[in-house]
Design a protein around this ligand. Structure first.
Ligand SMILES: [Zn+2]
Length: 175
């Protein structure tokens, strides 16, 4: 058992029945899907408990990372700490997920090979905010209005101007 570094993959067929745990950092692993999102993940750590035996294998645990990605408001990089929890049924093939219904999250481990890196990458992406932004709602100096939904819209001085802009928006994109 490793206590300081997570394995990149786990060969489940070699595990004795019972609970097996790992905890530590994910070191030196590229996370290509986070890179595709324009981001990078540092300080990726986690803990995993894999239960094998008579029942379908179950993987439970949590992970943390610091994801650096472009802020949707000011487009400058923002570092966001993320924290994910997971409780997954391990299946050989995604088709087997149907047996558990849509509610039960699964992780696919083809031929008993659990890809820990890909699984953690999934969880980090799921834990990211939908719209990554700086905590400072004025990080762009107020140039754009991407504020919370309950933030009052700028007041128009002339209601007829507002009507004009609504009419113009009919043909094009509204915002
Ligand atoms: Zn920003």
């Amino acid at each position: 058992m490793h206590n300081d570094e997570l394995p990149a993959s786990i060969g489940m067929e070699r595990l004795a029945p019972g609970e097996h745990s790992w905890a530590g950092a994910l070191v030196g692993q590229p996370l290509p899907r986070i890179r595709d999102l324009g981001g990078s993940a540092d300080e990726v750590t986690g803990s995993l408990t894999l239960s094998v035996g008579d029942q379908r294998p179950r993987l439970q645990g949590e992970c943390q990372a610091v994801v650096t990605i472009d802020c949707e408001r000011c487009l400058a990089p923002v570092s966001i700490p993320v924290h994910g929890h997971f409780d997954l049924i391990v299946v050989d093939r995604i088709e087997q997920a149907d047996a558990y219904g849509a509610e039960a999250p699964v992780v696919v481990a083809p031929k008993g090979q659990l890809d820990v890196v890909a699984m953690l990458e999934d969880e980090i992406i799921l834990a990211l905010p939908l719209i990554p932004m700086h905590d400072d709602t004025n990080c762009d100096g107020g140039q754009r209005h991407f504020g919370p939904a309950d933030e009052p819209a700028p007041v128009r001085e002339n209601p007829f101007q507002a009507l004009e802009s609504l009419k113009r928006d009919d043909s094009g994109e509204t915002h």
